[in-house]
Ligand binder design. Structure first.
Ligand SMILES: Nc1nc2c(ncn2[C@@H]2O[C@H](COP(=O)(O)OP(=O)(O)OP(=O)(O)O)[C@@H](O)[C@H]2O)c(=O)[nH]1
Ligand SMILES: [Mg+2]
Length: 314
């Protein structure tokens, strides 16, 4: 059959933590594939989703956000590798920035300086040409005014990314600007054959998604540093007559963290479980019985074995 060709390619979303990369990925896919939270460093590995329309098939890679170097040795290396591998496979690299965050970097004289922007971007990172973007997306324009937006584009295009010509302002939340972004991406791609079946949406398994959703709720409900050393792993999912029994391990680094996750009389664990269960039921349209287990995997962020044990492959 003579099928009309479509624009095809791998698109990687990368940039500082909390910029809205996962929110945009979900919006483009029309489905929640990647978890989202107001806290930085929510995404921990490359999440792959596929958006197929009459004009294109975009294979979206939602990468972890940049992060400040910490003492979490191997975990830090793992996250860096995930970003780099996402960029290596990209046909179009989209650097996503939170424009409200950029504006908050203004000095006392209301100036945006190169230095402050580089500080947000992590200058060291951009010395590596693999990080040079094809498109810069300025997200969260629902929260700023037009004049400020132009000043941000001005300094980025004249002082920092002088080779980049595509600046697309969007609101990943409301959807504003997304059509323009899709058009810009398609313009940069070649025609080709589909890489995935027409109705394929994600490489994430249901088990991975359930574990991630529990982690999202834990991220939202737990304060301060704890979320960063917390991991989740779905160990079982069985379904019988419309009832899904899902077992998820919550892994923490220290014994003292275990008590915090469980909470007084089990109250915190109950909240995490309830919120995750309700969302799973909504998404899958079936009854869910969710059982959570809190376990200690001592200092898992520090060693390769630890990272493997919590279910992140190296
Ligand atoms: N106002 C506003 N908030 C947004 C928008 N897009 C995302 N957010 C919020 O920004 C926060 C971070 O969103 P994420 O999608 O998790 O950001 P991320 O870039 O994937 O973050 P990491 O995975 O940590 O790198 C969440 O609270 C989102 O609801 C937007 O267009 N407007
Ligand atoms: Mg994310």
């Amino acid at each position: 059959m003579n099928q009309e060709k479509r624009k095809i390619g791998y698109i990687t979303l990368y940039g500082p933590a909390n910029a809205g990369k996962s929110t945009l990925a979900n919006k483009l896919l029309g489905k929640k594939v990647s978890i989202v939270s107001p806290k930085p460093q929510t995404t921990r590995r490359r999440i792959i989703g596929v958006r197929t329309t009459d004009s294109s098939q975009l294979v979206l890679i939602d990468a972890p956000g940049f992060f400040k170097k910490t003492d979490r040795g191997e975990f830090f290396k793992f996250l860096s590798q995930e970003i780099i591998q996402g960029l290596e496979s990209a046909d179009v690299k989209i650097l996503m920035l939170d424009v409200t965050k950029v504006l908050s970097l203004k000095t006392d004289d209301q100036e945006l300086t190169e230095e402050s922007i580089y500080n947000y971007l992590d200058k060291q990172t951009f010395l590596n040409t693999a990080y040079t973007p094809d498109i810069i997306v300025l997200n969260k324009i629902d929260n700023i005014n037009q004049r400020d937006l132009l000043s941000v584009i001005g300094i980025l295009s004249t002082k920092i990314f002088t080779s980049v010509t595509s600046y697309i302002p969007i609101s990943a939340k409301s959807g504003e600007g997304i059509q323009t972004l899709v058009k810009e991406i398609e313009d940069k791609l070649e025609f080709g054959e589909l890489l995935y079946p027409e109705d394929y949406i994600t490489e994430e398994s249901d088990l991975q998604f359930a574990a991630e959703l529990v982690r999202e709720k834990a991220f939202m409900l737990l304060s301060q540093e704890l979320p960063y050393s917390l991991a989740t792993n779905c160990i079982e999912w069985t379904e019988e007559k419309g009832l899904n029994k899902i077992m998820v391990d919550i892994l923490v680094e220290k014994d003292s963290h275990k008590g915090i996750v469980i909470g007084q009389g089990g109250s915190m664990l109950k909240k995490i479980g309830e919120q995750a269960r309700l969302e799973l039921e909504k998404i899958y349209g079936e009854k869910v019985f969710l059982k959570l287990f809190v376990k200690v995997e001592e200092n898992w962020t520090l060693t390769k074995q630890g990272i493997q044990k919590i279910g992140l492959s190296i």
